[in-house]
Design a protein around this ligand. Structure first.
Ligand code: 3HC
Length: 287
């Protein structure tokens, strides 16, 4: 099956990046958001990102126009999504919400449509179980910022069939991504390794071992990481970091996945990192 049309459900930080990359790769992209207001601001964000790419000489004006022509947005889930060969869900990490979406998509889309989730931690089989097509459900886990990060982690459940994985792989290749395949286990591969590292970075700060700048500079200059752990936690979002940590701790029970109190307190305070304008660092404006 050749994918021509991709639905993207939820156009936040990850969904907008996925939609942008898909449209630039020549797919028809149907974006769905919850409200008109969210849809407008998120389509503007994609437009700005495309404009930045043109200004940097990475995209021609004609390719920008073509990408925009490939995208359309609407509010809610309805029968217009029936044209999709693949739908990628990228809403917030909420099991019930995601299951509702998978149930609705299963009712709307023809039997041939593949349903994917960009979840970073929720078990994909629990989403597949909300559908009558579990063999055609998988995880397509992208990394932030989606237009820049080369990796796409394909997550195969105990029921995902080979044909579904092959189609997802072909889509990833056309998007210019490098792929790894992970089992549907907590954190898959990357978050299983990344989250305990970020939590340790936060613990080192909480215990007063060094300043936030020295912790980050230590890992940037001593280990060649592009960002230190506190900057990266702010970048990923402290709410997302906490959510993934809680899932890992609940499912695996190991203390290295236990979220530090400081992380929980910052999230309670609404200090979610870059997106809220404040996390471990302060940012001029939220973005
Ligand atoms: N959209 C598009 N392009 C962007 C971008 C964005 N949001 N942010 C940066 N870029 C581009 C820039 O245009 C620039 O391109 P160029 O070199 O061709 O001009 C390039 O990326 C480098 O950007 P900058 O020079 O502005 O900044 P940096 O050199 O500091 O790089 C970074 C920025 C790419 C974000 C780099 O700091 C980095 O790789 N950080 C680590 C990111 C990371 O680890 N992400 C994964 C998080 S985990 C995750 O997403 C999984 C989830 O489940 C938790």
């Amino acid at each position: 099956m050749e994918v021509k049309t991709i639905g993207v459900i939820g156009c936040g930080l990850m969904g907008s990046g996925i939609a942008e990359v898909a449209a630039k790769s020549g797919f028809q992209v149907l974006i769905r958001e919850q409200t008109e207001q969210l849809l407008t601001t998120r389509m503007q964000r994609i437009e700005q990102s495309l404009e930045r790419a043109v200004a940097k000489g990475k995209l021609s004006a004609a390719d920008k126009a073509a990408a925009q022509a490939n995208m359309s947005g609407a509010v809610g889930l309805d029968d217009s999504l029936a044209v999709c060969d693949l739908v990628i869900e990228a809403v917030t990490e909420d099991m019930e919400l995601k299951q509702d979406i998978f149930r609705s998509l299963d009712g709307i889309c023809p039997a041939s449509t593949i349903l994917a989730s960009n979840t970073s931690s929720i078990s994909v089989i629990d989403l597949a179980a909300a559908t009558r097509r579990p063999t055609q459900v998988l995880g397509m886990h992208f990394f932030n910022p989606v237009p820049v990060m080369p990796l796409l982690e394909l997550v195969r459940t105990v029921q995902t069939d080979d044909a579904t994985l092959d189609v997802a792989r072909a889509v990833g290749e056309r998007m210019g991504k490098k792929m790894i395949v992970a089992k549907d286990a907590p954190g898959f591969v990357v978050n299983r390794l990344l989250i305990p590292y970020l939590l340790d970075g936060i613990r080192v700060y909480e215990q007063g071992l060094a300043s936030r700048e020295d912790i980050d500079n230590g890992m940037m200059m001593g280990a060649n990481h592009p960002m230190g752990p506190l900057t990266l936690s702010d970048f990923v979002g402290l709410d997302t970091t906490l959510f993934v940590a809680d899932v890992l701790f609940e499912e695996l029970g190991e203390t290295r996945f236990k979220a530090p109190t400081l992380l929980r307190r910052l999230v309670s305070a609404g200090h979610l990192g870059r997106k809220s304008g404040r996390g471990f660092y302060e940012y001029g404006s939220s973005r």
